[in-house]
Design a protein around this ligand. Sequence first.
Ligand code: AMP
Length: 279
Amino acid sequence: MLVFAKIKSVQQKIKSLKKGTSIGFVPTMGALHEGHLSLIKQAKKENDIVVVSIFVNPTQFNKQEDLINYPKTIDVDLSLLKSVFCDIVFTPTAQEIYRNNITSKSFNFDGLEHQMEGKFRDGHFDGVGTIVKRLFEIVTPHKAYFGEKDFQQLQIIKKMVVKNQIPVKIIGCEIFREKDGLAMSSRNSRLTKEHRKVAPLIYKILQKVKTEFGTKNALDILDLVENEFKNQPLLELEYFEIANEDTLQPIKNIEPKQKYRAFIAVFAGKIRLIDNISL
Ligand code: AMP
């Protein structure tokens, strides 16, 4: 496994690959867990080589505190990556990526960016668009893998590659969960014992929503969700929404042939957790 911190070095290596070598790419912010590894394993199956980036991207954080406290476990990350036979790891610094200008470019994702996460994390998707576009230019992957855990991000990246005609196939991968249902996340390691214990309720509620969808209307389902959280003071609901999978617009009526998904963001103490489920 080769590890590069410099853009030039990773580009040189990629350019030196035999013509026709397919490259799978998994961008991450490190603090790797089984969820990340599931993306890498899939990339490994579908490509000749796999590149993983580890970069905690400053421009996608709207809270400085969150950026500073983001878990960093580079030594463990590298041994996990070796264990799944990752070929190339790219670990740039912020200086290497942004030089002296740590700012986002402005993107238009046809409204996808204004829904859900976009309402609560100002500038987040401009930050995501900026870094992913830059990484695609550096790594030039044939396929890139993103988790459905961040479903809105996945849809936004798909939109970005179409609008910018970037020649990469975006692959969405299923959410990987703990045994108790909690969606794996680097942030889970920052939960207190008490919060960790109650956090699986998020997925339990989503499963309940899935059962009720189609029999109850969207407002009644929202009521049901809000009541569940009122009964659990350790978890604070930020938003719950049922939206069309493609447009991410909130549901009005169930239309035939359309796919819907329920999305949720919850604070467990200071830690913000997101999850979603297809309906
Ligand atoms: P992150 O390091 O949090 O930026 O995540 C890197 C990639 O891994 C993103 O495409 C995430 O959606 C994906 N990912 C994170 N957690 C999970 C999970 N539990 N299941 C599937 N994919 C995940």
